[in-house]
Design a binder for this molecule. Structure first.
Ligand code: HPA
Ligand code: ZN
Length: 317
């Protein structure tokens, strides 16, 4: 089934095999002896315990070639999963903090994405995320450093450790991004409360909410999201692995659809969470008993919620 993927961290597609290959190429020593030993570390208590490993493994990403290879590996997997369009997050601060210039990151990703249409039949967009557990000033400095590359960037986003870092902390940088003509998204209501989803809508003026599953705790918020058809990029396998949801069979996805929300299914960090986007579709089909019509609705929603031009979007609906 053709689908768009709208919630995908490119750094979260770093598979153990590529991590070890890049470590070797760059003379970086990983704190794991083998791929199997690394895989055994993929057991998470919460978002932070995942983020600790996610940032540590990024040490192997150093050159433009590394970022291009990472994106090529994702695009090849995405093609097999029926992805026709991908809106891809990247975390510049996680790289610039290690001395990798932002131009290296964007240059490498852009090189791979430039060939994505021809090589994989996948159209792409880039979404630059700010790390919400860093300061608002760091986000502003990152946005200024990215100015020469804004023609490659469709939207800004907000990710990393959510609790204690409300969207309003980033009002200034999101205002600048809007003034520069960029779209806006934010992770909200993953581990954080519904109040963070309200703030993302009212203070940041986002076009989509990433995750947003905790919105279901607030009836008024659900009514607002439904009335305005704000897209929610839900990541079912991620929610289970990060213990946002105890069991996939208890996932609120059916209730979200029932409430009339514009929900999409995505993989988040597929190398870490046990599946790419079609694996997420299969998992929710099996655990929640979703029928073929509902699965088609979810796939159609992914294009409706995308930043593709209207005319292109229509082709998929
Ligand atoms: N939540 C917040 N930050 C992230 C995630 C996530 O699921 N994945 C990568 N960075
Ligand atoms: Zn995410």
């Amino acid at each position: 089934m053709p689908k768009a993927e709208l919630h995908l961290h490119i750094e979260g597609t770093l598979e153990p095999g590529l991590a070890f290959a890049l470590a070797e190429r760059n003379g970086v020593t990983l704190p794991y002896a083998t791929e199997d030993e690394l895989r055994r570390a993929y057991s998470f208590a919460d978002l932070q315990s995942f983020l600790d490993l996610y940032y540590a493994l990024m040490a192997v990403l150093r050159t433009e070639d590394d970022f291009a290879d990472l994106a090529h590996a994702y695009l090849a997997r995405a093609k097999e999963q029926g992805v026709r369009h991908a809106e891809i997050f990247f975390d510049p601060q996680a790289h610039t903090a290690r001395g990798v210039p932002i131009g290296t990151v964007i240059g490498g990703l852009a090189r791979a994405l430039d060939s994505a249409e021809d090589t994989y039949g996948i159209s792409t967009r880039l979404i630059m995320c700010f790390l919400r557990d860093e300061t608002a000033d760091s986000a502003l400095a990152t946005f200024e450093a990215a100015r020469p590359y804004l023609d490659r960037i469709t939207a800004v986003g907000l990710d990393s450790a959510e609790v204690g870092h409300p969207p309003s902390k980033f009002a200034a940088v999101f205002r600048l991004a809007k003034e520069a003509g960029l779209k806006c998204v934010a992770h909200a209501g993953e581990e954080g409360p519904p109040a963070y989803v309200w703030e993302a809508l009212d203070v940041l003026g986002v076009d989509r909410i990433d995750h947003g599953v905790r919105s279901m705790e607030d009836e008024r918020l659900v009514a607002r999201l439904a009335a305005e058809q704000v897209p929610l990029t839900v990541c079912p396998l991620s929610n289970v692995r990060l213990r946002v949801i105890d069991d996939l069979a208890d996932h609120p996805l059916p209730a979200m659809l029932e409430a009339g929300l514009l929900v999409t299914v995505n993989s988040d960090d597929p190398a870490y969470f046990g599946g790419y986007v079609d694996d997420n579709f299969t998992a929710v089909r099996d655990a929640l008993g979703l029928d073929p019509a509902t699965l088609r609705t979810l796939a159609r929603n992914s294009f409706r919620a995308s930043f593709l031009d209207e005319a292109v979007r229509e082709k998929y609906l």
